[in-house]
Design a binder for this molecule. Sequence first.
Ligand SMILES: [Zn+2]
Length: 308
Amino acid sequence: MRPLRGSRLLGFLILGAFLSRSAGTLRAQPAPDHPAVTVQGKTYTPRSILTRNMGNPEDQTTPFPPHRIIGNIYYVGTRTLSSFLVVTPQGNILIDSTYERNVRTIEKSVQQLGFKFSDIKILLGSHAHGDHQEGDALVKELTGAQVMAMAEDLPALREIKPGGKEHPVDKTLHDGESVTLGGTTLVAHLTPGHTRGCTTWTTQAEDNGKTYNVVINCSLRPPAVVTPAVAAEFNRSFKLVRSLPCDVQLGDHPAQYNMQEKYAKLASGAQNPFIDPRNCTLEADIEEAMLQAILKEQQSGAQSNPAH
Ligand SMILES: [Zn+2]
């Protein structure tokens, strides 16, 4: 047998590696997607909730038309990642920078609304996951904003270092603490479960001379495997979220408050579609049903969907 020349040998090795990889792919079973829960006639699974929240990579980076939600609160995020701008006479507050690659997109949306990005004085966040707070360092670099974060999320935030940049935190917040700028006050409520420091923000906004309670929910989506400690966190959070006075519910992913449907109704000029107290706890209902179903499966020994 003729000895294999170097390049042919390399070719065989690459082919071999390719075949064994393909075989591995063929053998892989799709991850199970259960349990399923039905709330208000709609059925949800862990995967359908994740897809609803995230959309595809293009949805995550394509700006959604920036718009006024109510009073001094504006939407400046992408199709599936929320970013909210709160405008005051003493400068503005941004909630969620989303991915670092979206920061310039958010900047454009802020400008499109007629505001200056450099007027952002305070940067807040919903929770320490990259799709919500990866861009914090860049926002701070561009605006000089003070970054404030819930104490319980600090360890996870410090792990978010795009391009090696340290995650900035100028002020540590605690449950119930207020953030005030130019006459607007936002209250930070600790609603853990999804992350240890998941923060639900509440404020009030004026619309046609009336005052409305606004709740910006942190994600209530449970993980695939729920430990007793995490279940206890969620049970506290669901109770707390349900107790908040609410006329306008928003969320860290716009699908959590049906933004697209509501935005479509804005043009009609009738009552502000974001004022929707009847649906204020719909997202909590969906996620609580999912949490209970996951716990039930775990108790009966079934395997649920691996964490994503
Ligand atoms: Zn998250």
